[in-house]
Design a protein. Sequence first.
Length: 365
Amino acid sequence: MKHVLWGALLCVLCLGCAQRENTYLIEGDWKDGEGQVVYLKSSMDKDAEILDSAVVQGGVFKMQQPLAYVHPRALSVNGSSHFIILDSLPIHVKCEQVKAQVKGKEIERLQVKIEGSVEQDIFKAMLQAQQAEMFLMLGLAYAKEDPAMQDTLAQVYIRTKEQTAKTIDSLVTNYPNNYAAALILRDFVAKHRELPEVEEMYAQLTPWIRQSYLGREVKAIIDARKTVAVGSVAPDFALQTPDGKTISLKDLRGKFVLVDFWASWCGPCMAEVPNVKKVYEKFHVKGFEVVGVSLDEKKEAWTNAIAKHGLSWLHVSSLKGWKCPVAAQYSVTGIPATFLLDPEGKIIARNLRGEELMEAVAKVL
């Protein structure tokens, strides 16, 4: 009888654990927020889907629902969004009015602090490391009319990007059994680094994390990238030139071709233009062609950049920005991104910069 009772008790305890592991809990304090609504959204996007909400009553609010997968979400408080990783461990949110000095005047603003599992802390460290890189990218975009400033910012950007990469390596290596490591791989590594390196970092994750929802998403990205890896035949595409003519990649078979993803607003892209021009001018007569695939949305900005910088090679665009179907087809998530093809359309090199591009083309022509 004792064995039966003990077994029943274990079942109840296990059931409780299972329920807790498949439920998220967000609790918050907001002393002055009576009647305000806090929203859980699917992402940080402005028009993201609302998944849950809670009204502040008595200075507190609470959300608790079944959790299918550990997933990045956004918590919208007083109109501002805050990144969270939704998992089975409780997340606590503290909202309070704080005073700050802005242009010599004292103002009050709502400060939101989010605390939770180690997953939150790991990813927060990643976001902090990336913040400086993002600010420099904005600076490069605004400095496009000042070549000297753009060169200086480009050099700082490269160093900052290298430091961010070291932070990523450290977090994945030190936390292979955390969902945040898979999230970092998915959002900051899987689509950006060379495929062998991505596969090596993915292998560092524990089997449990590789089999998780986020782990499977990383694996799906890896599989998709293999279709545009070195040695694969580049997927064909057809896009329009500035004058409305349609150009297909397969029409260029028989030549060495550089497929160059860029945009007029991209500082690093414009910094690389002189290198591409040197290679094009030297080897075009020997059968080398460049196809610039622009991720611009406005035709005028695209064509003005072509004219201003004297980009005399082939140019095409869908004018859909990051929603360009060819960018998705080639798993492009950052620019500049380049693919060097041989006369049979096979990818022989990727993401060549500066002298590397010159040396690679000189080697085959």
